[in-house]
Structure formats: C-alpha cells, structure tokens
Design a binder for this molecule. Sequence first.
Ligand SMILES: Nc1ncnc2c1ncn2[C@@H]1O[C@H](COP(=O)(O)OP(=O)(O)O)[C@@H](O)[C@H]1O
Ligand SMILES: [Mg+2]
Length: 229
Amino acid sequence: MGVTINVSGVDKVFSPAGGHDIGVLDRLSVVFAAGSITGIIGPSGSGKSTLLHIIGTLETPTAGTVTYDGTPAPSTEKDLAAFRRDHIGFVFQQHHLIPHLTVLENVLVPELAGKGKRLAGDALSRANLLLGRVGLSERTQHKPAELSGGECQRVAVVRALLQNPDIVLADEPTGALDASTAANLLDLLLELQREDGFTLIVVTHTPEIAARLGRIVRLEAGKLVEVDG
Ligand SMILES: Nc1ncnc2c1ncn2[C@@H]1O[C@H](COP(=O)(O)OP(=O)(O)O)[C@@H](O)[C@H]1O
Ligand SMILES: [Mg+2]
C-alpha cells in the first residue's frame, strides 16, 4: 500500500480563450514517498489545487511528468478513469454528497459509476465496515441533510477510501469545519493512514492542521520549498 509519487519538472500554464496565459507551476519537482504524509501550504491562488489535480490525473501538466512507483498514469480517458478509481481517493473542502441518496449509497457511488455493473458484495461490506470505523454505523440510511457538516465530511472520507486507494489527496478537507470538528477529521484521516498506509497529501490553510502533518512544503512562485518544523 502507498505508492511513491515523483513529480518532475512540471509546468502548468492556463491559456484562457482571449486572455493572457497564467503560469501557475514552474519546473516543479517533488517526491512523495510511499506511505508518507505531506502538508502543502501556500497563499490562495498559488496553485495548490492545480498541483493536487495534476497528481490526481484530473489535470494534465503543460510540461514535465508525474510517475507512480516509476510508471506514468495511462493515457486514454477510459484507462485513466479506471486508474483514478483504483488508486486515488479525493477529499475536497465541500463534501459533494448527493442529497437524494443515503449515506451508504453515496459511499458506493464511485464503485457503481466506475464499474457499470452490479455492486460487488465486498464493496458493500467494506462500505459498512468503514462507516462503522468512522462512527456512522447508525446513520447509513440517513440522507446528507440529516447529518452535521463534520459527519458529511466523514462520509466523504469513507467514499474516498472505499477502493482502498494507494494515494489520498485532500484539498482543504477541514476548510469548512469549526476548529474542533476539523481536528477530529484530521485525527481520523491520520488514523486511517496509519492503518492502510496510503500516501497522503493534504492541502491546508490552517497552521494547526499543517503542524500535525510531519513534512510540510510551501508552494511559492510556482515551486515547492520545504518548511522546517
Ligand atoms: N481552469 C483554469 N483556467 C484558468 N486559470 C485557472 C484555472 N484553474 C486555476 N486557475 C488559476 O491558477 C491559479 C492557481 O489556482 P489554484 O490552483 O486554484 O490555487 P490555490 O488552490 O493555491 O488557491 C489561480 O490564479 C487560478 O485563477
Ligand atoms: Mg485551492
């Protein structure tokens, strides 16, 4: 579990139609070791989400490469979707749960969407197991509107972990939560990381969150710099 992510010489330039080019990442290189935990900080607009999207294969770099245990992601859209589903879990600032589905159904959405076939029994049991693991076994038949923000975000974490990903990418996962709920969500992410050993990258604005992530890197002028302590 956990793969080494090697980002090498990555440039990202957005070229909006009729506008000026926006250079966001500039020859950026960084290695995230298998099973490591890294916090990414940096000012708003510095490209943190862009970098996470490139690592997560949601966005393509303008130049440079990203490899996963030495291998690039597949190039066709279909293979890429399968690669993402099987290896990468995303947690965003907003939980993006589907309002008319139950908690359990929400967790199973990527499984159903990705495979286009009947649900495998092991996915259902893992969903129930993980929901229990995050303290939500009594809430599996509830709709998102009946849950608190922190509970919804825990459901989003379970959804991200359902396929047993090698990599979990979290983009300001606690940004919409109050301080104590945020601390609890981080506890949970770190516990699950310890159990499953996935490579974890967390973008955060919050110094208290960053301080608990071991390695911290700051995105500045298109490059990453290591932050001590
Ligand atoms: N799809 C896009 N098209 C044009 N510009 C974009 C796009 N996505 C992001 N940007 C620009 O890239 C810069 C970095 O954005 P982002 O990665 O979201 O920063 P952060 O997550 O650090 O706040 C910003 O100037 C943003 O406006
Ligand atoms: Mg962002």
